[in-house]
Design a protein around this ligand. Structure first.
Ligand code: OOG
Ligand code: NI
Length: 465
């Protein structure tokens, strides 16, 4: 980045604010959810001065209510390839590969996000990005019809494509170009109330899978939700009905715990919206107004990132819970699901010391400033002596089973459908035009670096003493 260029993190901040403003205007219920989140966050903070001070020190307080992520669904490899280039302009890169076919959703996904901690702190906005997998549909004729529609649509404005080229050629954008770029880029994610296909084709796509209709029948990948951070997800879930919004049946992810792990998410159910369908050019079908559900609002609460061992334990316990009880979309067994989840997860240690000693979570180490006798000793001894401290590293990624739960609850009840698990990371990366960053690698690296730096700092205190 040359000095005359806008900082990519600044462009991302502009972009996430523009998306938020657009979405609040398009989906008023989302504005209501934002207000509720703000109210609950300030209630939590006024009752917890220590947490407030900690967040203030981290510089997180002023951005506490801002969006953490959004989600889109793309139709073709070409769209995905360009989306990677678009997000790179804003310092967002693909991290992780998520196969959602396991959970009956015909897509595979990645998350475009800032990589470094400092960048996440500047602005944490991420976009969960899915690519439709027409290859998972049985009906060959429908597959061909869908591919034809997708191949002829252009989801990017000419101005946006030009500015991506320019950013790549020059290694960045000027401030003025950055503003234009954000204005052009949000156009791709805008809602279009006019479908791209006649109603009969929409219906066939919809019958194959609601998600297929959501991707193929529209002019572009409308943002389907945005997600602010809450400090108390259970409280927001409980209060949504009071504010006139209908929550999904259960909170996805781990149960309520003393030490939060990974990611908990919930959403309000997608709106049923009017859509106008064009007449058919070939069979005399007339234009009609129909309906479509796709857009909703979500909230998230994050906890400590888990090591592969910790993630393995989480996956096993979640699978065990779900083998005992599957949450019903209508919420009829929500209490029983919550109780079973809590009971099964008693097997997951719930204090930081054990999580660390058992190698289940990632930690950031720092020297406390107290001189110590021998900095080369083991971590446990240094912590016991009070010269080293360990703080949890927060999970910044997503969870495939939770993502599937969010998809399902917003595609309408009963949309679940079985596909055979069928990951195809190589194909995804080929379409993307780049490998995805490994999910665990970054946390492990942060932990290792913090420990090495702490040992250096400790040996300095030793020399001074
Ligand atoms: C994406 C669902 C995944 C999350 O928070 O896990 C997601 C979608 O519905 O397109 O956003
Ligand atoms: Ni989401």
């Amino acid at each position: 980045m040359a000095p005359e260029h806008a900082n990519p993190h600044q462009i991302r901040a502009l972009f996430s604010r523009a998306m938020s403003a657009m979405y609040r205007e398009e989906v008023p219920a989302y504005g209501t959810l934002m207000e509720l989140v703000r109210d609950v966050n300030s209630e939590v903070l006024s009752g917890a001065p220590e947490e407030r001070a900690r967040l203030e020190e981290l510089g997180e307080l002023e951005r506490i209510d801002e969006e953490r992520h959004g989600a889109i669904r793309l139709g073709t490899p070409r769209e995905l390839f360009t989306m990677r280039r678009l997000f790179a302009v804003m310092g967002m890169h693909p991290v992780g590969y998520y196969d959602l076919s396991v959970a009956g959703v015909p897509v595979h996904s990645t998350a475009f996000r800032p990589l470094e901690e400092a960048a996440l702190r500047r602005n944490p906005f991420r976009v969960f990005t899915s690519l439709l997998r027409l290859d998972l549909l049985d009906d060959a004729e429908l597959r061909a019809a869908a591919a034809e529609v997708l191949d002829t649509r252009e989801i990017y404005t000419t101005g946006c494509l030009e500015l991506i080229d320019k950013a790549e050629a020059d290694g960045g954008l000027s401030e003025a170009d950055a503003e234009r770029f954000v204005a052009e880029a949000v156009e791709t994610f805008r809602w279009h109330a006019e479908a791209n296909v006649p109603h009969a084709l929409y219906q066939r796509l919809h019958d194959a899978h609601r998600l297929v209709a959501d991707v193929v029948a529209f002019k572009g990948p409308h943002i389907n939700h945005l997600t602010p951070r809450t400090l108390d997800i259970d409280r927001v879930q409980e209060m949504m009905p009071e504010r006139g919004i209908a929550p999904k049946a259960v909170v996805e992810g781990p149960p309520t715990r003393t030490v939060p792990i990974l990611l908990r998410q919930t959403s309000f159910k997608a709106l049923d919206e009017p859509v106008s369908f064009p007449p058919s050019a070939t069979n005399g079908e007339t234009a009609i107004t129909g309906r479509h559900t796709a857009r909703f609002g979500e909230i998230e609460q994050r906890g400590i990132a888990l090591t592969p061992a910790g993630q393995g334990l989480y996956d096993r316990l979640l699978a065990e819970t779900r083998s005992r009880i599957t949450p019903a979309a209508d919420g009829s067994n929500a209490d029983a699901y919550r109780a079973t989840l809590a009971e099964v997860f008693t097997a997951f240690p719930d204090d930081l010391a054990t999580l660390r000693k058992d190698g289940l979570g990632y930690f950031r180490y720092s020297a406390t400033g107290k001189p110590c006798n021998d900095p080369s000793r083991g971590v446990d001894a240094l912590i016991a002596e009070g010269c080293l401290r360990a703080d949890p590293i927060i999970y910044e990624d997503f969870l495939p089973v939770s993502a599937a739960g969010i998809f399902q609850s917003n595609l309408g009840d009963g949309a679940a459908q079985a596909f055979v698990a069928n990951p195809n990371r190589a194909r995804f990366e080929e379409d993307l035009g780049a490998p995805v960053h490994d999910l665990f690698h970054r946390y492990a690296e942060t932990e290792a670096r913090s420990l090495a730096e702490s040992r250096v700092a400790l040996s300095r205190t030793l020399q001074k003493a």
